[in-house]
Design a protein around this ligand. Sequence first.
Ligand SMILES: NC(=O)c1ccc[n+]([C@@H]2O[C@H](COP(=O)([O-])OP(=O)(O)OC[C@H]3O[C@@H](n4cnc5c(N)ncnc54)[C@H](O)[C@@H]3O)[C@@H](O)[C@H]2O)c1
Length: 250
Amino acid sequence: MTRFTEKTAFLTGVASGVGRSTAIRLASEGASIFGVDIDEGGMAETRATVTEMGGSMAARTVDVADIDQIQAAVAACVSALGGIDVVGNIAGIAKQHHLADVSEADWDLMNAINLKGPFFIAQATMPHLVERSGALINIASNAGLMGQAYTVPYCATKGGIVNLTRALAMEFVTTGVRVNAIAPGGIDTPLVHNFELAEDIDFNLMQNHIGYRSPSSPDQIAAFFAFLASDEASNIHGSILSADGGLTAA
Ligand SMILES: NC(=O)c1ccc[n+]([C@@H]2O[C@H](COP(=O)([O-])OP(=O)(O)OC[C@H]3O[C@@H](n4cnc5c(N)ncnc54)[C@H](O)[C@@H]3O)[C@@H](O)[C@H]2O)c1
């Protein structure tokens, strides 16, 4: 498939997991990728894979919590690639803690990366997306659609992403831009592998967000992303689309 021939994609979180798989998937279908992440080494590995496949990827070290870095990266992307057809807000962090243990620094960091970054990336890229009737896709989570114990700040940011998506969709409903979110359940990525459980947690309270099926692979989420970013999804706008093995069906 070559759904992204002559198209460009600005993607965050490309050093690992879903972001890496999405960069590789879109590049394999012809897109020129402009990838950003704070992890320079991980990005270099992603870029090497894309290049070996014969694809095109630029990589830039960016902290998505920093508005100046976001604006400079978007300007560099437009200057290098001529415009933006697809934006993926994929970078994110997760942490488990009891409510009482959440510090102001924990709250601020979670919000800065998971919610403030996507907002300012949307703000900086939207004029370019409008120009090309492009697609913006936010990675939310089942945690934005249901209450999860011991991850209150994470749930708050992902709930924020859900309604950020809908509000953007309404503000730009009269343009050709499409704004959607994917809400995955568990995905087999370093975010989960490195997840530290808080002490003394009641596992019964976690049952509703563990689910019954195996976690998704990052490639499965990337395949869904590619569909949603492509012209095949031309009537999908303002939607929060679950990819969670039935987790939120109950
Ligand atoms: N893994 C899961 O089970 C799961 C489930 C639902 C939603 N999600 C969401 O999927 C998205 C991708 O997560 P993943 O599972 O691929 O995790 P991951 O840890 O493999 O990848 C996250 C990437 O974000 C980057 N990142 C972190 N902070 C950053 C910052 N300040 N600036 C720029 N880049 C930064 C990391 O370096 C990393 O490359 C996240 O938004 C996450 O919340 C993950």
